[in-house]
Design a protein around this ligand. Structure first.
Ligand SMILES: *Cc1c(COP(=O)(O)O)cnc(C)c1O
Length: 394
């Protein structure tokens, strides 16, 4: 039976779709932000941003605190007027909460700053990057670094086959490995024990970068307890751990993140820059959230969001025109099975329903029509489901 291609754009939609394509091209391997999108296409009525991957409930929680403690008082003035603390002073402040010595903590203007620093300074010769992936890991490689792609297989739902991976690494002798757990854009997750086994087998590799940007959305038991993978830093001295705050705490605009790495590496970075790389507001955020009191409140919104996200994925799986790949993150990689093109789907969702999802056309290692859909609030997820049912009929 021949499949019916559902999504076609009319003339008016095509004009807007072309502008969306152009903005996407200008944003290169990332997606145009909603500010850009709405500025360039004021006729769009954006109702749900399911392109960006954050917990909206966590944003609300921090916003309430910020509003009470900073905006309604005179503190904001100090954040504008004065220099923030220096890198190491902030590290010292958060070290007790992270449970790692400050000499191994590097705070940054978002995890992206750490990726850039690592790729430029400490990734040499050959690096293995699993694809599809977060593009900065190969884009920021210097011209002297050889990037070797390790393709995750669609037939295996993009899961990492650790045995096969280890054989690949042994064959190619890379200097550095990149492991993103859960991986973006697939959402695949390697449970703690399996990750530990993998790292133990990779003792002979000089440097392993473990990116835990989505780890708060992972779970291994029914209570959805936080999985502590950061602690693996203590067990494996070739591992650098990277933690973005943008997704789980919903504060991408603040630009904060941190890394756990060897003292030598941190010394090399700090001797040569990064003095005030975290803003006053970023410093306030780190201080304010890294304590037991905040985390108790945060745990409620984190767990609620995971539950709603998993319900959302279950509902998505009912749609016959879509394949939803298994995800332990807060987004799902989705394949269009009805023959529609990913770009037409993205344009249609945006123009007709005001829902912004990410095309994965630019992702190396994805063969087919793929998009990535983020989970948002329960109401927003409902809007996405309603739109998809309207679009595909079932
Ligand atoms: C978003 C993302 C980052 C960058 O996060 P920032 O802290 O906002 O710079 C790093 N790694 C992965 C895998 C991401 O998805």
């Amino acid at each position: 039976m021949k499949e019916v291609i559902v999504i076609k754009l009319d003339e008016h939609e095509l004009i807007i779709a072309n502008t969306i394509h152009r903005l996407k091209k200008e944003a290169r391997s990332h997606s145009p932000g909603i500010f850009t999108l709405l500025e360039k296409l004021p006729e769009l009525h954006l109702s749900v941003d399911a392109c960006f991957l954050s917990n909206p409930y966590a944003t609300e929680l921090f916003l309430r605190i910020l509003s009470e403690e900073v905006l309604k008082t005179q503190k904001l003035r100090a954040f504008l007027e004065f220099y923030p603390s220096q890198n190491q002073a902030i590290a010292q402040n958060i070290a007790p909460f992270i449970g790692i010595e400050e000499k191994n903590i590097f705070v940054a203007n978002g995890a992206i700053e750490i990726i850039q620093a690592l790729m430029h300074r400490f990734v040499q010769k050959k690096v293995v990057v699993n694809i599809p992936t977060f593009s900065s890991y190969y884009e920021f490689a210097t011209k002297d670094t050889k990037v070797l792609f390790y393709p995750l297989k669609k037939e295996e739902d993009f899961r990492l086959d650790t045995e096969h991976y280890i054989r690949f690494v042994k064959k190619h002798h890379p200097h550095t490995l990149i492991l993103i757990n859960q991986n973006n854009p697939c959402g695949g997750y390697l449970p703690k024990e399996r990750l530990k086994e993998l790292l133990a087998s990779l003792y002979f590799v000089e440097h392993i970068i473990l990116d835990l940007s989505f780890i708060h959305f992972a779970y291994e038991d029914e209570d959805l307890e936080l999985v502590d993978l950061e602690g693996l830093f203590r067990e494996f001295d070739n591992v650098t751990v990277l933690k973005s705050m943008s997704k789980d705490f919903g504060v991408a605009g603040l630009r904060v993140g941190y890394a756990l790495m060897s003292e030598d590496k941190i010394r090399a970075l700090l001797d040569n820059g990064y003095l005030w790389n975290v803003s006053g507001l970023g410093e306030y955020f780190l201080k304010r959230v890294m304590n037991e009191h905040f985390m108790r409140q945060y745990e409620i919104v984190r767990k609620d969001y995971i539950r709603q996200t998993q319900e959302f994925f279950t509902a998505l799986k009912d749609l016959e025109s879509l394949k939803i790949y298994p995800s332990r993150a807060n987004f799902a990689l989705v394949e269009l099975l009805d023959g529609s093109r990913a770009e037409d789907f993205v344009a249609k969702m945006l123009i007709k329903y005001g829902i912004y999802v990410r095309t994965c056309k630019d992702k190396i290692g994805l063969d087919g029509e793929f998009v990535r859909i983020a989970s948002r609030t329960r109401e927003e997820n409902q809007k996405i489901l309603t739109a998809l049912k309207d679009l595909f009929g079932k």
